[in-house]
Ligand binder design. Sequence first.
Ligand SMILES: O=P(O)(O)OC[C@H]1O[C@H](O)[C@H](O)[C@@H](O)[C@@H]1O
Length: 448
Amino acid sequence: MNNLTFNYSHALIQEHELEEMQAQIQAAHNLLHQKIGAGSDFTGWVEYPHTYDKEEYIRVQKAAEKIKKDSEVLVVIGIGGSYLGARAVIESLSHSFSHLIPQKNRQGVSVFFAGNNISGSYLKDLLDLIQEKDFSINVISKSGTTTEPAIAFRIFKDLLEKKYGKEGAKERIYVTTDKEKGALRKLCEKEGYESFVIPNGLGGRYSVLSAVGLLPIAAAGIDTDKLLDGARDAVKEYQDADVKKNPCYQYAAIRNILNRKGKELEIFVSYEPCFNYFAEWWKQLFGESEGKDGKGIFPASASFSTDLHSLGQIIQDGKNNKFETVVWVKEPNKDVEIIHDKENSDGLNFISGKTLNYVNKMAFQGTLLAHVDGNVPNLIIEIPKLDEYYMGKMIYFFEKACGISGYILGVNPFNQPGVEAYKKNMYALLGKPGFEELQSQLKERIKK
Ligand SMILES: O=P(O)(O)OC[C@H]1O[C@H](O)[C@H](O)[C@@H](O)[C@@H]1O
């Protein structure tokens, strides 16, 4: 079938178990669509592929064109939902070694990411690398107050101003933030930077199809119209509350069935290394949405066949608490044939004339059956090819499955209160005004 498909024939469940989830699916569907569930203020993403601000979308395209004309590099500064979606799409749809492709042979600029860690070495390396290049920055933060991107923004803004002067720098700074609140919005108003809005109804991890993801993605030369086409079709295809007819809801339901049977860990698996950041995006989506109130499936990831040589053992024979969700691309865009070798010293002439994609497929099928034999249920999401359209569709598939799955689990899938704990401690240890008492308590504990 020429569409995204969900295959649960290796899920190690009975059909009636899925049918029995119908009432819970219907209830979750109502909570989400009628916007009456927990966190409903953050469900604007459900219809966003239709309701997005069309005028802003044109500005995003124009900004991307300007960046392509005046820059070799775009530095995207953001953390969590403010960078993972863009990175997932860019890495999935770009040449595997895109940074080394000369600009004249590529559709867009090289996109590098900063402000997603606090490593001095990482930042220094990036600063050294772009020093000599023409670059622009897109700083992305919904709250406008997150420490990691704020630190990086200070430093890159300073570099831009030294290189191009204050006025020149202004032409190269793009800000994506809340419409009204936060330090970044204030700064935009003061400095007159070009800015884009993260709408109120979108939490960071649900924001990739807004300006948050679209500006970096478009600057990288990826067709955002097609991405949105895929997402729009997904809105239509995944709105049937009948679990028998909705693959997205089947995935949400089966995750919960497996979780109730003791599967505490879900491994996102792909056989294309370009999906590695898609896996990171997926991990934030499910981890922050479901991991609360002492509940949630731990989202992990593996890249096969690479990790079959490291994690393969524990998946096959380790504790029986995990399942795999495999994303399989039916027709990869490129391929290489295995050549015949007269000597045949490696004994591989039996596959000469075959292609790497063929061998990869056999690895997939062999692994699937081996892991299922090891009691690891496998859920398979197949896309016909890896392009913008199916990327958009798959993003929406996972977003919606996550919202529905979270409601079935009985949590608010749209908040992330637990993330604040480390931040408070870090601020206190850094001596942020207002955190004095916590600082002395923490220093006592660290001494011990
Ligand atoms: O966009 P920002 O407000 O800077 O937030 C960036 C990220 O950091 C927070 O700590 C949250 O856990 C994430 O959900 C969010 O995506």
